[in-house]
Design a protein around this ligand. Sequence first.
Ligand code: COA
Length: 151
Amino acid sequence: MIRKARITDVVEIQKMLRDFAAEGLLLARPLSELYTTLRDLVVFEDEEGTVAGCCGLHIIWSDLAEIRSLAVARSCRRRGIGRRLVEACMSEAVCLGISKIFTLTYEVEFFERLGFRLVDKNMFPQKVWADCVHCPKFPNCDESALLLDIA
Ligand SMILES: CC(C)(COP(=O)(O)OP(=O)(O)OC[C@H]1O[C@@H](n2cnc3c(N)ncnc32)[C@H](O)[C@@H]1OP(=O)(O)O)[C@@H](O)C(=O)NCCC(=O)NCCS
């Protein structure tokens, strides 16, 4: 089941992100940030009620939102859960009237399968001012930027 995240999911979400962050696949998020941006997040809950996937849609600017903190537990991969999490965020962006979604990622092929296209990172100065300058990798980001037009 894909659903909006609840406050009681946050510790599990943080643990999942931390495990993948330890492998350098995404950025870990402090609990404080996960609580304050809880409304960004959707989760996948398995049959046992365990959170086995998550994804965030974070608004950046008037026409732009970012997909971030996307993770699916290894035991649940390649079953369409990542796709469904991103599609839930895409639907929300449409409801909010946001016309473009981008992501910074190493998972280029996964996002291309969802219709995203590779673009120049310099297209997103608002992201750089707000977030990238605080990232430990700045200014040597080796992730790829991908963009989806949804309007
Ligand atoms: C990337 C990730 C979320 C994909 O989740 P998933 O549930 O396995 O993906 P899905 O099953 O929904 O795959 C959707 C499509 O992408 C393809 N795909 C999935 N992972 C892929 C990969 N690593 N490379 C190439 N294609 C991939 C699938 O085959 C599927 O294609 P299809 O629709 O044509 O059959 C998952 O591998 C993950 O959590 N990775 C670690 C964290 C990470 O890197 N997150 C991204 C940070 S932005």
